[in-house]
Design a protein around this ligand. Structure first.
Ligand code: BG6
Length: 465
């Protein structure tokens, strides 16, 4: 059952409309919403730059050429006609007076803050003072804060101006079909539940690898690093879907409650269980400090302190400029308790593999007998599901849901707090930084971290590549 407020947002306001997020994700999502769902509300771009409407329209066209492929000219025309632009400083009340005018009769605008988190409080305050907030909604993007303390401060600031049920916190991984499929596969098949615990699971690995560097996001990334960029949010959400208890109700709060319970049971990270790396050449990226010690790779060992998972080693690694781009989960089951056939069955023989991207797959690894007289075998993987990619882009789904007031796929402040509590002890320079070459699987120290619980399962190129 989904939680839905009856009001459909009657305007969409995008702060930071000239920025990277709008260009790569929000404009393609808007085009998809206009094309597929007939989104017809005014879309007001706001930014510091004194752009004209023509400039915004050109930017949207350019974005769609690169990231969307606007083949439906009718939908494109409609999107263009819905656009408005307001330029001005976020500290200046005149900017918000102009926005109020542009909003006209709108009562329930959706304000998307695609701006640096340091400006969230300023904009939320100005929206409230100028009467632009109305009964409206607010979307904010991760990272929510910079550490546990600043996340709480941010929340206090926002809650002064917007009630909790009007705040939509985007972690776009929650909008990904294969991330939802982790929950679905687990709880739609009673087959897995008896095995899904410390008695049968030997280890869990989650890998998020990207074969590109930080590109033109040097300045943002150098204040963020891999731990804050993807581990604190995306990968801990994946872990929660993979390891949480079954929800007891059919409403979205039950799922989020179980996710929160799980995250609260994750032990705060121990610096001895963290490996940080930086790819050679990172410091030359524009916007990056020449002596930066920010990590572009991180590998961690995680422990969950509950009955289901006590003693099961869990590893997460994420990095830029690695061998290839793929996100994958591997649940390794335990080996047979003795060697019945005199052959050594490898640790990795029996596993469940869930591929999150770029293609989508669920594979069950088993050992089968090799034809012949001897009782020896080889490993095979039974593909339960295999698709080139997911059809509905996460931003389109999430933006559409926020317009309708559906909160199921947005995260909650108590989950955000629990996630920061896990990573807080190892943020910044608490652990050494190792350099690694581009196109590898990160520093050698990551192999040492996993040790005999490994080796790491390096994802293979997908069908989409
Ligand atoms: C973003 C991170 O949240 O997720 C990026 O800021 C990362 O650094 C991206 O590249 C990965 O998302 P996706 O959907 O492209 O796998």
């Amino acid at each position: 059952m989904t939680e839905i407020s009856t009001t459909l947002s009657d305007a969409l306001v995008i702060f930071g409309t000239t920025g990277d997020l709008a260009y790569k994700q929000i404009f393609p999502a808007l085009y998809g919403l206009v094309r597929d769902e007939g989104l017809a509300t005014p879309i007001i771009g706001v930014a510091r730059q004194g752009w004209s409407l023509d400039q915004l329209q050109a930017r949207v066209r350019d974005s769609l050429q690169h990231y969307g492929g606007a083949t439906d000219t009718d939908a494109l025309g409609r999107l263009m006609s819905q656009l408005r632009y307001v330029g001005g400083d976020y500290n200046d009340p005149a900017t918000f007076a102009a926005l109020r005018k542009e909003l006209g009769e709108a009562q329930c605008p959706l304000h998307y803050l695609a701006i640096p988190p340091s400006m969230f409080g300023v904009v939320a305050g100005q929206l409230a003072k100028s009467g632009c907030a109305g009964h409206g909604r607010l979307i904010i993007e991760k990272p929510f804060g910079h550490n546990a303390q600043s996340a709480r401060q941010l929340d206090h600031i926002l809650e002064q101006h917007f009630p909790e049920e009007q705040i939509f916190r985007i972690d776009h991984y929650l909008g990904k079909e294969p991330v939802q499929n982790i929950l679905y596969t687990r709880f739609a098949n009673p087959l897995f539940e008896p095995l899904w615990n410390r008695l049968y699971v030997r280890s869990i690995q989650i890998t998020m690898a990207e074969n590109f560097g930080v590109q033109e996001r040097g300045r943002f990334y150098d204040e963020t690093g891999a731990m804050r960029d993807v581990v604190q949010n995306h990968l801990l959400q994946v872990l929660a879907n993979l390891t949480m208890d079954p929800p007891s109700g059919d409403d979205h709060q039950s799922t989020r409650d179980k996710r929160a319970d799980l995250l609260k049971a994750v032990r705060p990270l121990d610096p001895a269980h963290v490996v940080r790396g930086q790819y050679a050449g990172y410091r030359a990226v524009p916007g990056v400090r020449p002596n930066s010690t920010v990590e572009t790779f991180v590998a961690v060992k995680i422990a969950i302190d509950n009955w289901r998972w006590a003693g099961v080693p869990i590893y997460i690694r994420a990095g830029k400029a690695l061998s290839l781009t793929a996100a994958e989960v591997i649940v390794e089951f335990k080996r047979p308790p003795r060697e019945t056939f005199g052959e050594h069955v490898p640790n990795s023989s029996s596993h469940l593999r869930m591929r999150i991207g770029p293609d989508v797959a669920v594979g069950l690894g088993v050992r089968v007998k090799t034809q012949g007289e001897r009782m020896v075998g080889h490993d095979v993987e039974l593909m339960l599901n295999e698709q080139p990619g997911s059809e509905l882009p996460p931003y389109q789904r999430l933006l559409g849901d926020a317009m309708r007031g559906i909160r199921d796929l947005f995260t909650r402040q108590d989950l955000v707090d629990a996630q920061w509590r896990i990573v807080d002890p190892v943020l910044d320079n608490v652990t050494p930084l190792h350099t690694y070459e581009c196109g590898t699987w990160g520093p050698d120290e990551a192999a040492e971290l996993i040790g005999t619980d490994g080796p790491w399962h390096d994802p293979k190129p997908g069908k989409a590549e």
